[in-house]
Ligand binder design. Structure first.
Ligand code: FRU
Length: 496
């Protein structure tokens, strides 16, 4: 039975989505159907389509009682909305259906596992949300909450762990066909940890062990974990809150963390070997992955961040977009990411220049636009007189621009949207270490109406930022301090 709360949300989204003009949305990034969107949820392949649910507050362009929005796609780029899947309509989730994941059961139904939040008044007059893990089963459109919800509660967490920080289950199938899930948790030291649970039927769950411990190394609470095998290694992704910066690797606030290691199947032990950030830009958080039918590990993230979500379009009634889905691989012991190959199908109107000498500022005929892909390769003109700086400006007119710039001596790549039209005092720039001893680097920029995603050296690093610059600002220019040789290709990205 569909609850009144869900029916209302479904009716509301149907009537209000029409208030958002098609031209006011990104083209190939999923944006909220109406209102507010945060984390991707339940990213899955089901009945031959990609399903993506998301944290959703249809009634406002700000966060509120969480629903699950829902969209499907056959190519990961062009999405079709389905009716909202979950609403906070039951005692245990009345204050929110928080993040979670999806899996197909043997009988063909789809299982959603999510965090139910139920607020409880505290002695000091404030409220705190008790977080439990809950299930819903459905056919790809309509989902029925499991009558025995919640399936994991405070009785299933270690004694010192907080029942107020117990969220974001990610479920998968172990090699023997039984089920596992990991959940973010906060132990007594106030930092984060990941708990592992097991189940034979996906409905009855038992605590297995503490799967990973932060011990205050990377921020505090760890949100939205994901765990999978990749290229002979095992990868644990999570989004830490309250991070302190570490060199160029991690920045203050809400960040992303990728732990690469090995996994002992017998004892279900993850052995960390290496850590890195997932995205080095400004707006990327809470990513989730799927394994596609052709064997690709594809990740999608919320293209926003809790520290920067004050940045959105002025006078618009929606807020929230997903990143482009990215194919993951491990090379040289590090996580690499590149836009899904399906993106190439959107390429039109190729403009290509070879061996352009950039010495000062230049723009090139035919290279402009706001819904474009740019591939830029540079090298020093003179190996004995290396350039100092190279920059690409885009979303540019006389007033506005956003910039990606590389400083060779410092080996840093910077993204800077200070002049993108933002009127908020939030973070507008971020830098990442990118080594290029011989001065050669390759940049791939994906621009949609309200974002840029930069992929460096075939996916070695990614930097993502939203920008809400007027669409008329569609100029692109190049700048070199010192002489640079450049190859550049531009494609318009269109869905027809
Ligand atoms: C991450 C997060 C999750 C939580 C959800 C609530 O962005 O804080 O931990 O489930 O958002 O909307």
């Amino acid at each position: 039975m569909t609850s009144q709360t869900l029916l209302e949300a479904r009716k509301y989204e149907e009537t209000t989505e029409t208030l958002i003009g098609k031209e006011d949305r990104p083209i190939f990034h999923l944006s909220t159907r109406t209102g507010w969107m945060n984390d991707p949820n339940g990213f899955s392949v089901y009945k031959g389509e990609y399903h993506l649910f998301y944290q959703y507050h249809p009634y406002d362009s700000h966060w509120g009682p969480m629903h699950w929005g829902h969209a499907v796609s056959t190519d990961l780029l062009c999405w079709r909305y389905l009716p909202a899947a979950l609403a906070p309509d039951t005692l245990y989730d009345k204050d929110g259906c928080f993040s979670g994941s999806a899996i197909t059961l043997d009988d063909g139904r789809q299982l959603l596992m999510y965090t139910g939040v139920c607020e409880e008044p505290q002695p000091d007059g404030t409220k705190k949300g008790i977080q439990t893990q809950c299930l819903a089963v459905g056919d790809g459109t309509d989902y029925e909450k499991y009558p025995e919800n919640p399936v994991l509660t405070k009785t299933d967490i270690p004694e010192d762990a907080s029942q107020y920080d117990f969220r974001d289950p990610k479920v998968w199938r172990a090699s023997d066909g039984t089920y596992r899930c990991i959940v973010g948790s906060r132990p007594a030291d106030g930092s984060g940890q990941i708990l592992l649970y097991e189940s034979k039927d996906a409905f009855h769950w038992n605590f297995k062990k503490i799967f990973a411990r932060n011990q205050s190394r990377f921020g505090r609470m760890w949100e939205c974990p994901d765990f999978f095998a990749l290229d002979g290694k095992w990868v644990l992704l999570t989004s830490p809150q309250d991070m302190l910066p570490q060199d160029f690797e991690y920045h203050n606030g809400n960040g992303t963390l990728c732990l690469i290691g090995s996994y002992d199947d017998e004892t279900e032990t993850f052995i960390e070997e290496q850590d890195q950030a997932i995205d080095y830009g400004i707006d990327f958080y809470a990513p989730q992955t799927i394994l596609t039918e052709d064997g690709r590990r594809v990740m999608i993230g919320w293209m926003q961040n809790w520290d920067t979500c004050d940045l959105h379009m002025e006078n618009r009634n929606w807020c929230g977009q997903m990143s482009i889905p990215r194919e993951l691989s491990i090379r040289n012991g590090r996580l690499y990411q590149e836009p899904v190959r399906e993106l190439k199908q959107l390429r039109h109107n190729e403009v290509r220049y070879q061996d352009v000498l950039v010495d000062g500022i230049c723009s090139l005929d035919g290279i402009r636009g706001r819904i474009v892909e740019l591939e830029v390769e540079i090298e020093p003109e003179d190996k004995d007189a290396l350039y100092r700086k190279f920059a690409i400006r885009f979303a540019q007119n006389e007033i506005y621009h956003t910039k990606v710039s590389y400083r060779l001596q410092e080996s840093t790549l910077k993204i800077d949207r200070k002049f993108s039209g933002s009127r908020r005092a939030i973070i507008h720039q971020r830098r990442a270490k990118v080594a290029a001893a011989d001065g050669k680097i390759k940049l791939r920029l994906i621009l949609d109406r309200y974002s840029v995603e930069v992929f460096v050296n075939d996916g070695e690093k990614a930097m993502t930022a939203t920008l809400y610059t007027d669409q008329e600002a569609d100029g692109i220019s190049f700048m070199a301090d010192g002489k640079v040789r450049m190859n550049v290709v531009k494609w318009d990205l269109m869905d027809e």
